[in-house]
Design a protein around this ligand. Sequence first.
Ligand SMILES: Cc1cc2nc3c(=O)[nH]c(=O)nc-3n(C[C@H](O)[C@H](O)[C@H](O)COP(=O)(O)O)c2cc1C
Length: 235
Amino acid sequence: MKVIAINGSPHGDKGNTWLILGPFLEGMRAAGAEVKVFETKSLTIRPCQGEYSCWFRTPGRCFQDDDMQTLLPELLTANVLVLATPLYVDGMAGPLKMVVDRMIPMGEPRIVSREDHCRHPGRGDVEDRKIAMVSNCGFWELDNFDALVAHVKAIAKNLDATFAGALLRPHGPALKAMLDQHMPVADVLDAARDAGRQLVETGSIAPETLSAVSRPLLPRDMYVAIANEHMARRG
Ligand SMILES: Cc1cc2nc3c(=O)[nH]c(=O)nc-3n(C[C@H](O)[C@H](O)[C@H](O)COP(=O)(O)O)c2cc1C
């Protein structure tokens, strides 16, 4: 099984998003998957120009000579795509959305009906491609991710893939702080690792494993008080 993960955090493997993405990918590797990680901060991928040369002039290939030329062939042969991002203004980080827009040559330039809905047929030989997501946010409540999860589910349908689940870490900055202070939060990382193993071994992730990744780390009032104190000190 081939897994391609794209991390949209500007902090790369030093960020909060990576704290969950890292063990998730570790679990997949341990279960035998071949995993490659791409960081948007290290890629040059320009915005889609919407002129459709990737459909009509040079089918499957964008005219822009940037890092999407390397990433697209990897995506076309991936069984699992992991989209990882910090929550930015209730959505994914801009550089990751630019990469997703540039995935348009993964579809063919014709419209078919799937589940009574207009879609483009997918290119490539991968049967049942899966999309999983990892996200991290600063606010305390899990429902901050609702708009992003709805978006990624829609992206999966658009790309003729199956949505395989979301590893969501609300009040994410607390996880790093608690790990640094050796507080008992290793179970959250274990759950992320287990989610990766499950996805490779069974093709899905148990809802209770996803809940364990998102579990409250401390009461909301306490988190807000600590966060405000921290921001006041920085300001
Ligand atoms: C531009 C920007 C927008 C953000 N928007 C939200 C938001 O809408 N909701 C939220 O809960 N956190 C928001 N955050 C906080 C980040 O999601 C949070 O700090 C996250 O842990 C960062 O992950 P990273 O270290 O991987 O970059 C925002 C942060 C930035 C810089």
